[in-house]
Ligand binder design. Structure first.
Ligand code: ADP
Ligand code: MG
Ligand code: MG
Length: 926
């Protein structure tokens, strides 16, 4: 075959849909590459898809002239064609393989199956994504009785030859024919026992001959056919087995779990063998170019002299730390370090490599981007920028928001956790619903969880599932564990919102809330027993596991990365914070303002609730009402003062009272029960009268659909005294901070508005109080008045709303409820879960913004709003504000900011930068 009829077309050059001979080739030698392919480029993705990760790495190393044993890759396209033809080679494939083999023979000067000068090869699977469950590697193909004798003559090393031969029979038997490995290993163990030796290395040539013989016998007995002595048959069967393993159960299960498409196929790499077990001048090893746990720039790995690659990982002998090579063989180490340096610089990333030394010559057998912990990922990205290896934007793109989440939650000490796993203390697994590690005593209901939590005990709240009534317990708990429900269950959603670690749907747990205990695997865990849960991994342990607490201040690499992220992002990142301590945390995490300060939380505090209740019960606009409001004014002023102080110089968006009033009152049913009880006993008439009065009042506040009832602005207009009190508190606090030399930017936000008139009216209440307070104190304050957009009507009439609102904040939790007409509290964890799991909905819209509807409304409202008020400030403050895909949407929608829980600020900073890097014009690279 001449170059004219078959040009050495490089696979990478091909574009999808390209026709011509090269595009239809099934087989490429490792050196049939010509062009530089940038990793991360679309072309590189094509190469990976065609050659698989392993094949692409081998080809690329060959192309940049690193020492790689020659070989060729049978492409994923061949695999797909084979599977499509019901496990038959497509036309021309076998011919291409034998041609490639001939070229390989020419390169190595050896011949496949020739006893005089035999070529031995390995057959290695390799899909686009590295995948456990795919077929394993078979080494030493090309060996048979005659070749073995020839090799003995050639090498004079009979022991080596028969060790290699028996390995082929064993690997071929297990991997290609599916024989249980015990069939071989049991024999080997018995044999060693019989010979009274412990290690393989103690066996000699005669032993391995005998063992090989026996292995061939075992093979024949189980398969019912002779081991194939024809090397070409070995090769063909091995390649077919790799192809078929793509559809093996283990591989399919893994792809399902890891969300890898099923139509990629796997490539097969056929490579000349090199031997690390030819004596003390040979060896094998694996290494990471940086520490994959910490990210530190040190060579990390193991090697063994006089060993084959598989021995290093198989644990047959204890491998030596790679640093040992530096002292044992400085020449080889230097060469190796030089090569890994080239690889890092080539791939611009940390590499995970395999190498073998054959008679003093170093060979590279694999390279790929190394897997790493979240911590390592961040450190490596930052240090590579500092080393000038990658640009800042690449570093920002490379770290995932999920990795930031992991880093910022408490984690179990890996060693302690491993110990627990080994001691069988891991009793169940479930959905990793909210990250972080938590340790505490089990409490089987929300009230007890709250009680213990308040008394300072660390509690894990354990329930079959949770409901909205359980939230107080969930907030007081260090962790949440349920036996039912998935990632969108109530427990999961609440836990994520508040940054509480949560494992849900741990179905192995039999939770008995009556007996207040749970049973799992024969164990009983009672209320008060200590358990540990890993919300990042979805694991449940009995007993206590040591934890390492995150400390944002100490995460200097993360902080550097986020500072770079800030250079790219266009969205501002604000926090939802109701208390000064949240504001302080938010600021430390990098928030540039508060996007939502919920004032009603301040009403729920213990000493305030009775005042709030008295205020509610008082006649609207009466003296009594005002007296209670005056008391609340002092509290609220202090709250706002603390928050303004914490956010000195930054905007603070404060939402006036939002929830319906009954939420502040005792439960109607419980009151009714209590009244009934008192009536029967008839011994405490005064208390009965009080209870009945309260019952009547609470009854009058009851609504069929409180979510759509008297709340938000409606309430603020019906009971304007509450509004006035809140506005006065805000401005008195603001003026005070201003007077003390601080700078405040209060933005007053009204909630649940549907009509522009509502905003207009509220303005008429707010402005006079604001101006009056400013005048009284003599401290001018710059302020804005705006509205939440959380009802479709408000979004649709946003141009009208914007006449009175200086800013919009999309309350996407309510906007999603009102757009879908789904009550979140009633749906999540119930039918909504089924909807998502059965694919009726692609996603839980309360987690990820539904762009078709809620997103559409946001776009419309933003455009309409800005059409009347170009400088209109627009943002979102729903839970979506901390969710990367929704942040990406907000960026595209041209919003000014996203506001999220303080814990999610770092994630939002990164996600906002990634959105900008993805959608805006490329930044200028260094
Ligand atoms: P895995 O994906 O499981 O690592 P590999 O295909 O990388 O499988 O191979 C398994 C082991 O065999 C590795 O240690 C590798 O270095 C070694 N190996 C594979 N091919 C060869 C070869 N041609 N020469 C020497 N060792 C090889
Ligand atoms: Mg490997
Ligand atoms: Mg709302």
């Amino acid at each position: 075959m001449t170059a004219a009829t078959r040009p050495p077309a490089s696979a990478p050059k091909q574009k999808k849909g390209h026709t011509g001979e090269a595009a239809n080739r099934y087989v490429f030698l490792f050196d049939e590459h010509e062009e530089v392919i940038q990793t991360g480029s679309p072309q590189w993705d094509d190469v990976l898809a065609l050659l698989g990760g392993k094949g692409a790495g081998l080809a690329e190393m060959t192309r940049i002239k690193l020492p790689v044993p020659p070989g060729f890759t049978v492409t994923t396209r061949a695999c797909l064609a084979y599977l499509e033809k019901n496990c038959e080679f497509p036309e021309g494939l076998w011919q291409e393989i034998t041609e490639a083999l001939h070229k390989l023979e020419a390169k190595s000067g050896k011949h496949f199956g020739s006893p005089d000068n035999p070529l031995l090869v390995s057959v290695r699977s390799g899909a686009k994504f590295s995948m456990p469950g795919m077929m394993d590697t078979v080494l030493n193909l090309g060996m048979n009785d005659a070749v073995a004798e020839g090799l003995v003559a050639l090498t004079g090393d009979e022991r080596f030859v028969f060790d290699a031969y028996r390995r082929l029979v064993q690997m071929f038997g297990t991997v290609v024919q599916g024989i249980e490995d015990e069939a071989f290993e049991d024999y080997l163990t018995d044999y060693k026992h019989h010979r009274n030796v412990q290690y393989d290395v103690e066996l000699g040539a005669a032993d391995w001959r005998k063992i090989t013989d026996q292995f061939l016998h075992i093979y024949r007995a189980i398969v019912g056919k002779d081991f194939p002595h024809d090397p070409l048959e070995q090769l063909r069967l091995a390649i077919e087995a790799v192809f078929r393993s793509w559809n093996g159960k283990r591989a399919v299960d893994y792809r399902n779990a890891a969300n890898i498409p099923h139509d990629l196929g796997t490539a097969v790499n056929v490579q000349s063998m090199v031997f690390g077990n030819l004596g003390q001048d040979s060896g094998s090893g694996v290494a990471f170019t940086r520490d994959p746990a910490t990210g530190e720039k040190i060579m990390f790995g193991d090697y063994l002299m006089n060993a084959q690659g598989e021995d290093v990982v198989a644990g047959i002998r204890t491998p030596v730390k790679i640093a040992g090579l530096a002292s044992q063989r400085p020449d080889l180490y230097k060469q190796f370090a030089n090569i890994t340096n080239i690889l890092e610089n080539h791939y611009h990333d940390m590499q995970d490599v395999e190498f073998t030394i054959e008679n003093g010559k170093l060979w590279m057998l694999q390279t790929r981007n190394g897997k790493r912990t979240a911590r390592a990922a961040i450190r490596i990205a930052v240090e590579m920028v500092n080393e000038g290896m990658i640009t800042k934007d690449l570093a920002v793109k490379r770290v995932t928001p999920q990795q930031v989440v992991q880093l910022l939650h408490p984690q179990f000490d890996p060693a302690d956790k491993e110990k627990a796993v080994k001691s069988n203390l891991m009793v169940a697994t479930g959905v990793n619903a909210s990250p972080g590690a938590a340790v505490g005593v089990a409490a089987f209901d929300a009230d007890l969880a709250e009680q213990w939590g308040k008394s300072g005990r660390d509690v894990i709240m354990v329930r079959p599932e949770t409901k909205p009534d359980d939230v107080h317990g969930m907030l007081a708990a260090k962790g949440i564990l349920t036996s039912r429900g998935g990632a969108t269950s109530h427990a999961a959603v609440v836990a994520r919102q508040f940054g509480v670690p949560c494992v849900c749907g741990a179905e192995a747990l039999e939770i008995d809330t009556k007996l207040r205990q749970l049973k799992v695997g024969g164990r009983v865990i009672r209320e008060g027993d200590v358990i540990s849960i890993d919300g990042s991994a979805g694991e449940v342990f009995v007993g206590q596991i040591k934890r390492v607490e995150p400390d944002f201040d100490k995460e200097t690499y993360l902080q550097t990365l986020l500072t770079w992220a800030d250079e790219f992002r266009r969205l501002n990142v604000y926090a939802n914070a109701d208390y000064p301590k949240d504001a302080i945390r938010a600021r430390a995490y990098g928030a540039h303002g508060i996007g939502l300060c919920r004032t009603e939380h301040m009403f729920f505090q213990e000493e305030r609730l009775p005042i709030v209740q008295a205020m509610i019960l008082a006649e609207p606009n009466s003296k009594e009402e005002q007296a209670e409001l005056d008391k609340l004014l002092d509290f609220q002023r202090d709250d706002f003062y603390g928050i303004f102080k914490a956010m000195d110089g930054l905007p603070v968006i404060i939402r006036l009272i939002d929830p319906p009033l009954h939420e502040f009152m005792p439960d109607h049913e419980q009151l009714a029960l209590k009244a009934a009880g008192l009536r029967i006993l008839a011994d405490r008439p005064a208390e009965l009268a009080r209870t009945e009065a309260l019952l009547k009042a609470v009854g009058s506040l009851r609504e069929f659909n409180p979510m759509l009832g008297l709340r938000g602005t409606r309430l603020g207009l019906i009971r304007p005294a509450i509004t006035r009190m809140q506005v006065r508190a805000i401005f008195e606090a603001a003026c005070r901070v201003q007077g003390e030399g601080g700078t405040v930017y209060p933005e007053i936000m009204v909630a649940v508005t549907a009509h522009a008139n509502e905003v207009k009216r509220m303005r008429e209440i707010i402005v006079p109080i604001a101006e009056e307070t400013i005048k009284q104190t003599g401290c001018p304050v710059d302020y804005k008045i705006g509205t939440m957009i959380e009802l479709p009507r408000a979004a649709i009439t946003a141009d009208e709303m914007a006449k009175y609102a200086e800013f919009f904040s999309f309350g996407t939790n309510d906007l999603t409820q009102t757009t879908f007409g789904i009550s979140r509290d009633d749906a999540e964890g119930k039918f909504l879960l089924d909807y998502v799991e059965s694919g009726l909905l692609p996603e839980n819209p309360f987690q990820v913004i539904d762009e078709d509807s809620v997103g559409y409304l946001i776009n419309v409202a933003t455009q309409k709003g800005r059409s009347v008020r170009p400088e209109l400030e627009v943002g979102i403050c729903g839970e979506h504000g901390g969710e990367p895909r929704s942040i990406d949407f907000c960026h595209r929608a041209g919003l000014n900011y996203v506001s999220c829980s303080p814990f999610r600020i770092p994630i939002a900073r990164l996600a906002a930068a990634q959105a900008a890097l993805k959608h805006d014009k490329k930044p200028v690279s260094q």
